[in-house]
Design a protein around this ligand. Structure first.
Ligand code: DHB
Length: 311
């Protein structure tokens, strides 16, 4: 028997696969497609204080190796998603879920989190510190001082389970600096990684998306090595109480296996879910179970974080 069940901050999941924020999660209808698939959970589109229509289209484009997007945080407002997960989780048999949020300023982020703190929602929240696509707004998580200040303010009033979505880091010193900040706070998890920000894809002589003269976040095959490195770097550095969610370049059971081997407790699927649809979860789950069976692993704990090094 093989089990891919997992837990984050004590919340149980029947299996470790789910959507990445931004994919199949804008409306209740899309979220219900993930809910009714083989996914172990879903996360909502990142909700802001007010609804947003986002950047002009086309704002997502796929290539044979992945995707580029500059959506610009289109969403129905965080209340819509908060109300929806509260509604769903009233059912005893409901899966557990993740609510993704961020404000367009620190003040807005605090307004949102204070409202969630005051609500009866007891579930998981992912604070998105890594949106690369809103013109004029830098990614919070690339500014370590701002990140520490925001987290410090948040944890003065926020007492529910909270994790953060991170952009990729590319320097060992940055892994060290980021981890030493995150270790100061009672975070439930970090999610590595968001898209590699501000890449450029060209078709013939022209960019493929309209916003920002074609610049956008890169996902898919392009980013798996960067994602695995970030998952493992934080697995090596963070307090064991801070779990890791692995996101980036997952389109097969083998990719999910690698994320777990690097230390992930849950694995999210972005570009490949967008391209293949929610049936992808049963395929990847089956492929992951086959790999575990072949290797004689019964549970994710048998190999999580146990990456082999060359001696
Ligand atoms: C968007 C993109 C992101 O990578 C993110 O984390 C949040 C929002 C967007 O463009 O909508």
């Amino acid at each position: 028997m093989v089990s891919t069940s997992t837990q984050i901050a004590g919340f149980h999941f029947e299996n470790c696969l789910m959507n990445a924020a931004g994919i199949y999660c804008m409306t209740k209808e899309e979220l219900m497609e993930i809910e009714n698939s083989q996914a172990g959970s879903f996360i909502t589109k990142t909700g802001t204080l007010e609804a947003r229509s986002g950047n002009p289209e086309p704002r997502y484009s796929a290539t044979s190796l992945g995707s580029i997007n500059s959506m610009g945080l289109p969403n129905l407002g965080f209340h819509y998603y908060l109300d929806f997960v509260r509604e769903l989780e009233k059912e005893e048999s409901s899966k557990n879920h993740f609510l993704s949020v961020v404000g367009l300023s620190p003040d807005e982020t605090h307004l949102i989190l204070k409202e969630i703190q005051a609500s009866d929602y007891q579930g998981l929240v992912e604070l998105n510190l890594s949106c690369p696509n809103v013109p004029g707004k830098p990614q919070i998580a690339y500014d370590f001082e701002m990140t520490e200040n925001i987290l410090s303010d948040i944890f003065s009033y926020y007492k529910k389970p909270l994790g953060i979505k991170l952009p990729p880091y590319f320097d060992i010193v940055h892994f060290d600096q980021a981890a030493s900040i995150f270790n100061k706070f009672p975070l439930s998890f970090v999610n590595c990684i968001n898209s590699i920000g501000n890449g450029l894809v060209i078709d013939d002589e022209q960019v493929v998306i309209k916003p920002k003269q074609g610049f956008g976040g890169i996902g898919g095959d392009y980013i798996k090595p960067t994602a695995l490195a970030n998952v493992h770097a934080f697995y090596q550095r963070l307090n064991p109480s801070i779990q890791i969610i692995g996101t980036g370049g997952v389109k097969s059971g083998r990719d999910a296996f690698e994320h777990i081997l690097c230390g992930a407790s849950m694995v999210q699927i972005g570009t490949a879910l967008q391209e293949e649809g929610p049936a992808i979860f049963s395929r990847i789950l089956k492929e992951l179970e086959e790999i575990m069976l072949e290797k004689g692993y019964h549970s994710l704990e048998d190999f999580r974080g146990k990456l082999h090094y060359l001696s």
